[in-house]
Write a protein that binds this ligand. Structure first.
Ligand code: NAP
Length: 341
């Protein structure tokens, strides 16, 4: 799939970008260009990987000229760069528009003009019926990527998206918050312990991206079929793993916080198909132009929105197994000591 390919990852130094780079380097990829702003993150990543196939380019996706230069002779683009802190977006909304929306359009324009064959953008559940500024900017990013397939003319670029929720253990998600509070003997802040969340590990997120590369023809959003967990089970799993019990403290609902996570909206269901591992949401042309396209998947059996309260739940013990297998406690403690959480 990646043999001899030159790949560019916007946001390549982030948590997804780093994990994706690691997986791609285990294939026979030709070159990987990492595109991001901060020189220190790039320097650390360079010394961590020490692989001659990696190239590091300082650049901002808001800067179209720089993107055009970075994209010369690139075959595949993974677009992961984004501003993503929900509360920060509420105080700096237009900065999010500049990076997540205008930046995405710059990536698209550069892909088209550089004749990139495939561009995959990383979306989020927060873009589904968005209740926050961050979610709204990511919804626009998805729309820009999908609709680029309509006006690309004779150009060959296929634009596709993947969509998933918080990666287990990622910065700002509930696992590091629980682990850090329990270790520090502090009360765990919880809005409501019966809330549910889909469970996705970094390994599963990259598997999803690879399936999208393999199966995407352009205009699809790939959404993984996942199990979910309740906040209560996650809290108890972490307390047992750390072997410490602390009290919880109830906190008010945070901005845009949803009771259950939704990965496919009710309105998208009529355009949703499924494979063994994924739901595939199609973005058909407004005129119904390409509704006749051949779709290699069967129509979904989902009758309503795809939400974390309607899927199978992991038990507390299964959560403990996942956290242990993925070595997430060790990673979170390490990140916390180095001030990265
Ligand atoms: N983390 C999750 O749980 C999750 C869940 C669903 C979807 N996503 C999506 O997945 C993508 C990657 O997330 P992540 O967790 O890897 O984020 P992350 O760790 O915060 O990394 C973001 C990356 O983007 C770069 N970046 C930010 N602004 C940029 C700009 N203007 N120009 C160029 N590079 C820029 C950052 O580097 P510099 O700061 O050095 O530029 C960094 O490399 C995002 O699009 C996010 O919306 C994440």
């Amino acid at each position: 799939m990646f043999e001899g390919k030159t790949i560019l990852i916007t946001g390549g130094t982030g948590s997804l970008g780093t994990a994706l780079t690691k997986r791609l380097l285990s294939t026979n990829v030709s070159k990987i260009r990492i595109f991001s702003r901060d020189e220190w993150k790039q320097t650390n990543m360079k010394s961590k990987f020490a692989d001659k196939r990696l190239r590091f380019l300082i650049g901002d996706i808001r800067d179209k000229d720089r993107l055009y230069r970075a994209m010369e002779n690139v075959d595949i683009v993974f677009h992961a760069a984004a501003l993503k802190h929900v509360p920060v977006a509420e105080y700096n909304p237009f900065e999010f528009v500049k990076t997540n929306v205008s930046g995405a359009q710059n990536v698209i324009d550069a892909c088209l003009d550089a004749k990139v064959e495939l561009a995959v953008a990383i979306g989020t559940d927060k873009a589904v019926s968005p209740s926050t500024t961050y979610g709204a900017t990511k919804l626009l990013m998805e729309r820009l990527f999908l609709t680029a397939n309509f006006y690309k003319g004779e150009r060959k670029t296929r634009f596709i998206c993947v969509r998933y929720g918080n990666v287990l253990g990622s910065r700002g998600s509930i696992l590091p918050i629980f682990v850090e509070n329990i270790i520090a003997n502090k009360k765990i802040p919880i809005t409501d312990s019966s809330m549910t969340r889909f469970n996705i590990t970094m390994r599963q997120a990259i598997d999803l991206i690879f399936r999208a590369v393999k199966n995407g023809k352009g205009g699809e959003i790939f959404v993984p079929k996942l199990k979910a967990f309740t906040v209560k089970d996650m809290k108890n799993a972490v307390m047992e793993l750390v072997d410490k019990k602390v009290e919880t403290i109830q906190i008010p609902v945070r901005v845009g916080e949803k009771y259950h996570e939704v990965l496919i909206s009710k309105h998208e269901i009529r355009n949703t198909y499924e494979s063994k591992d994924d739901y595939i949401v199609y973005n058909f042309g407004g005129e119904g132009l390409d509704e006749k396209r051949t779709i290699p998947f069967k129509k979904t059996k989902l009758a309503d929105e795809y939400s974390s309260d309607m899927t199978e739940l992991f038990t507390k013990d299964e959560l403990k197994t996942i956290i242990t297998k993925e070595k997430l406690l060790e990673e979170i403690i390490h990140q916390s000591k180095s001030g990265k959480n």
